[in-house]
Design a protein around this ligand. Sequence first.
Ligand code: CP
Length: 302
Amino acid sequence: MNKDFLSILDISREELINLIAHARKLKEERKVGVHTPVLAHKTLGMIFEKSSTRTRISFETGMYELGGHALFLNPKDMQLGRGEAIRDTARVMSRFVSAIMIRASRHDEVIEFATHSDIPVINGLSDREHPCQTLADIMTINEWLFRTEGIRVAWIGDGNNVCTSLILSTILTGMEVIIASPSEFAPKNEIVSEALRMGAKVRVVTDPGVAAADADVIMTDTWISMGQEEEVEQRKKIFMPYQVNSDLMSKAKPGAIVMHCLPAHRNWEITDEVIDSKRSAVWDQAENRLHIQKALLVRLLA
Ligand code: CP
């Protein structure tokens, strides 16, 4: 396995299968109170340039349950926030902690951290990718639908960072992704072309009904990511035809599931009726962040 986990493609298909198998074992063990301290005396430094609920809590709890420790670091409270170079911070942190998880505005910053760290660096969300989320999403699809090969996922809404990791993941999973976005919010052409060259199964359309037709999974995300708050009214107007509601769900396969990586704006990108329905895998999807990241931490650190 690579030193770092910055992109979903930093693992192979075989490594993904092994991570999911380990995560499922950890999930079962946790249910009966079994916690093996394989990461005793290891510390994860967690740098959050942006807010987080799931990523912070799942990594911190995960490290604790594995016998290790996690440090929450706000760049504003570090010299990083006063202009200390990323490369210097990375070198110094490498002398103190065992791994770094970073949520950064720019993917370049995550790469710079990894380049200058002697220890593993995990991307906890950047403007390019959210690979930890995609690991949990793949685990969840496996749990609910028992396979990924041939699964058709309809991504409805913003072609954002989570969408990029999902597109790239089809190279590992054999899933097919059809993205329905307003044209100005479609995933970047260069990302889609590069993914197709590498063997991804991805198609981009503008009609959400076309994407949802015969889908096994309907997946969506917020229309307003962190830092886009000033565009709320404009985005709401553009994205409203992309709402995941009962009408859109009726176009998918019977038994199709719905997923959302959260946080959700209820009744904007997804209605109450759908997120709270029996077809909603959303809460398992959130929980699985914990289990799959524990498996990832063990793989990188044990
Ligand atoms: N899905 C996700 O990354 O959630 P947080 O922003 O709460 O970490």
